[in-house]
Each structure stands twice: as C-alpha cells, then as structure tokens.
Ligand binder design. Structure first.
Ligand code: GLY
Length: 292
C-alpha cells in the first residue's frame, strides 16, 4: 500500500534575518525534495536534495555561509538517518561544499556512523568531494565584530551567543513509508575549534525510527544533553504527534534548552515547534505548500 508523501524543512531557530531570501530558499529546497517524492523517489534522496540546496544558500548557517569558530575557521557538522535505523554523520569537517553528502557517504559506503576532522575530509576527497571554501565575507564580518568581545583564547560565554546559531534540516516520508532526516550545521559562532555540536550526534540533532523522524536546531550542547530528537521520536510512538511535540518542547523549555524541532510521523503528520525568538520552516503535505 502506498503511503502519503510529505516533506518539511527548517532554516534554524536562531531568528529570522533576510526573511525574503530565507523564505524563497526554503521553498526552493522543499519543492525540489517534494518533486523527488512525487516521482516515486526515496525520502533519503529528497532530504539530501533539500539539505544541499540550503547548504548552498549563504544566509543559512550550514555549508557555504557557516559561522566561524574562535580561530576564524569553518568546521561543519552533518548527519542523515532513515527510519530503518541507517545513520551517517561527519563532525568538524572543513573545505567541502556539502557536508550532508559526505554524511550520506559515511552511511552508505563505510561500516561506521560518524567520521570527524581531517579524516572525514580525507574520506570525502576519496569519495570525490572537491576542495571548496565555505567562508563568506558576511560571516567573517560577524565573527570579527563578536571576537572583539572575547578577551581570552577561550570564550566562556557561549550562551551569550545563542542568537547566533542556526542549522538547516529536512524530514520526509516517501511512498513506501520510509522516513528520512538530514541535518547540517555550521555550529555556534566563536565556539572552540574542534567542538562538535548536536547535529552529527545520533538522537541529539537527528533521529528516525519506525515511529517518525526529527531534526533539531538550537543550542547544541543542551540538545545533546537531552537527546532531543530521540526524545521527540520516542514520544511520537506513544501519543499523538501534537502531544509529543508539546511534551518535548515543555521538557526542553523547563531544562533551558533553546531549540526548535521539525518532524514527521509514520502517518505523514508533521510537527514544527520552537521555544526561541523565531524559526523559519516550510513544508508540503497533500500537495499543499506552507511557509513561515
Ligand atoms: N545546533 C547547532 C549547534 O549547536 O551546533
């Protein structure tokens, strides 16, 4: 029996700058992913397509346009997961255009779940990923401005920068009922070099199982501490998607976890919630597009 198809994407929960470009980018990403689903393609191909489009749009904090770390480098995280528990991720990867593609290659071409740093780059090159500089002038300007506040080689007040996070993510369900999740992030501005956020940690920024799939965005350390995506997906198996979303966000807020989540359950029902200033999102369900 054919399942309903649906796709949802987000552009981070750290606020909404450039609302027009943000909206058009999310619409483009979701429409491209939906087209794959409509033609009978897999939800994995759909979320990868949506995520690469968002990684290439410089206003989002993922791929080209990622925030800089304390040393002025771009180190990116990304992961993919499917409802049959396949997972692949990269952490602190540099100099590639689409970390999400390397994450999928980790999933499909290795026996591992997560590759980090130099060796993730080497693996990407072996798989044909060319050198690409993801630094943009705008993110460099932001980094310089914020760096002035930083008087030591270790910026302890990362929580003061929690408006300066962002992540992109996509969740989709295909006609065979396979649910896939893709999440990609440039991390938090001025984080320590080598810091890994929630995005490539299974169950934190990304999770999927037979009950549904979730991509999270927000303050990575707190999302990791509370395994937010896993928590939300597990609740989806126990109650309605609406209650699952409300319960997980109540829990997150009570535990000072600033975040946003998007998700789809096995009935192609969706959730999109945040406890931050604003979150940008877009989805197509029953052929109808909605955008923030
Ligand atoms: N949620 C993105 C990060 O904290 O790295």
């Amino acid at each position: 029996m054919k399942s309903k198809i649906a796709i949802i994407a987000h552009g981070g929960a750290g606020g909404i700058n450039y609302p027009h470009r943000r909206r058009s980018g999310l619409i483009k990403a979701v429409q491209a992913g939906y087209e794959i689903l409509r033609q009978g393609g897999t939800s994995l191909d759909a979320v990868e397509k949506s995520a690469t489009i968002l990684e290439d749009i410089t206003i989002f904090n993922a791929g080209t346009g990622s925030y800089f770390n304390l040393s002025g480098d771009v180190e990116m995280d990304a992961s993919v997961m499917t409802s049959d528990l396949m997972f692949g991720a990269v952490g602190v990867i540099r100099d590639v255009k689409n970390p999400i593609r390397v994450a999928r290659l980790v999933m499909e071409r290795t026996d591992h779940l997560l590759l980090c740093g130099e060796n993730a780059i080497t693996f990407g090159r072996l798989m044909g990923m060319e050198y690409h500089n993801p630094k943009t002038k705008e993110k460099k300007r932001i980094w310089k401005r914020k760096k002035k506040k930083c008087t030591s080689t270790y910026f302890k007040k990362i929580s003061e920068l929690v408006d300066l996070y962002g992540t992109i993510g996509a969740v989709a369900i295909d006609q065979h009922g396979l649910i896939s999740v893709a999440t990609s992030s440039g991390g938090i501005n001025l984080r320590l070099p080598g810091r890994v956020g929630d995005t490539p940690v299974i169950g934190a920024g990304t999770y999927a199982d037979k009950n549904g799939g979730v991509s999270a965005t927000g303050h990575g350390e707190e999302i990791m501490r509370h395994l937010l995506a896993f928590r939300a997906v597990t609740l989806m198996g126990k109650t309605t998607i609406k209650r699952a979303g409300e319960r997980v966000m109540r829990y997150a807020t009570k535990n000072s976890c600033k975040c946003g989540i998007i998700g789809i359950n096995k009935n192609a029902e969706m959730l999109c919630l945040n406890n931050t200033k604003a979150m940008s999102w877009c989805y197509i369900r029953n052929g109808k597009l909605s955008v923030f």
